[in-house]
Write a protein that binds this ligand. Sequence first.
Ligand SMILES: Nc1ncnc2c1ncn2[C@@H]1O[C@H](COP(=O)(O)OP(=O)(O)OP(=O)(O)O)[C@@H](O)[C@H]1O
Ligand SMILES: O=P(O)(O)O[C@H]1[C@H](O)[C@H](O)[C@H](OP(=O)(O)O)[C@@H](OP(=O)(O)O)[C@@H]1O
Ligand SMILES: [Mg+2]
Ligand SMILES: [Mg+2]
Length: 369
Amino acid sequence: MRLKGEISYPDEEEEGKKEMHSISAGVPQHLKLVVGYALTKKKTISFLQPKLQGLARNKGILFVAIDQNRPLSDQGPFDIVLHKLSGRNWCQIIEDYRQKHPEVTVLDPPDAIQHVHNRQSMLQDVADLNLSDCYGKVSVPRQLVITEDPSSIPDAVTKAGLVLPLVAKPLIADGSAKSHELSLAYDQYSLSNLEPPLVLQEFVNHGGVLFKVYIVGEAIKVVRRFSLPDVSKRELSKNAGVFRFPRVSCAAASADDADLDPGVAELPPRPLLESLAKELRCRLGLRLFNIDIIREHGTRDHFYVIDINYFPGKQCGLELRSSSTNWYGKMPEYEHIFTDFFLSLVQSKYRKRPTVECAYWKNNNGNVS
Ligand SMILES: Nc1ncnc2c1ncn2[C@@H]1O[C@H](COP(=O)(O)OP(=O)(O)OP(=O)(O)O)[C@@H](O)[C@H]1O
Ligand SMILES: O=P(O)(O)O[C@H]1[C@H](O)[C@H](O)[C@H](OP(=O)(O)O)[C@@H](OP(=O)(O)O)[C@@H]1O
Ligand SMILES: [Mg+2]
Ligand SMILES: [Mg+2]
């Protein structure tokens, strides 16, 4: 999907391939670390943009594509393995590799990724944390998991005391198209037409603006995004049924520069996000993820986490910033943030050694092909 006014790159596919080819030839002079990556072709092109590759090379970072048709242990050696692929088979491969190569930083452990691929477990850590301090309170919307017979849904919603409208989301959030098929329900009886397993989450009015908090190690970047509009009591009383709505992440343009009510647009307090991010990094065991967070409309500091995603990217196209010449991925300056993060991982491992030795360099007796 090309957004209006997008800078026209030469065909990204070709550009990506050309750049990818040059990366193996363009090994950094002062090689510090090797990042093996296993990503879909689409994500490889959207994440490994020429600017990231160039900056990485200047910082002594070599990206090497993992051949998914060869044993992972026969490849490398790597200092870091960066991955985002679906399927049990890959999960097993990367877990076996982690056990055999504790010296390699795997971003991120498969079981931690699986944890956020379920819309119940992904939010449980936020609920357990129950963060509340002088900067505000962070909760999760009340929700109900339905795994059985859909005809039981209306009674289950009544019994749970959930307040309409409800957002119906597939329970499994594994990145498949189906996992992003969401609906808004104005009455509970229509819910029996939906297909479990699903989670029913109370819709929280939030002024139509959502905050995406991107976390890369200890770095935090927040962007505003347009979201679903509020549902008034009048609208609720006049409507019935369940309505599918399109993917907001991909479709929503940035609201960073929109003219919005300050009470709606004001970013969540930085110290609150830092506390939340620090706790979730530890509890989730993830270093690359984003948090979708909304402010309850009418409050200044009551926030709800509604979604957590592992290693999000620019899949849905680049985001137009205020001027059409200024394009960033969803996470502004993500190139610097990611390269600094990769270096920090390796430096923390080799801190006791006078110089940073790179597994790749060592194994090739300094002859880097
Ligand atoms: N409980 C809620 N209250 C209000 N709005 C909600 C709620 N849950 C979801 N939404 C709206 O629906 C959008 C999509 O919801 P969510 O992020 O959970 O779906 P997703 O498929 O995981 O999306 P993503 O592409 O971010 O992974 C949110 O960005 C927000 O606009
Ligand atoms: O606009 P965002 O950064 O939210 O878009 C993300 C989205 O949130 C999900 O993280 C997607 O990953 P999946 O949940 O696995 O589909 C990302 O897609 P990806 O293919 O780029 O990882 C979106 O970029
Ligand atoms: Mg989301
Ligand atoms: Mg999501």
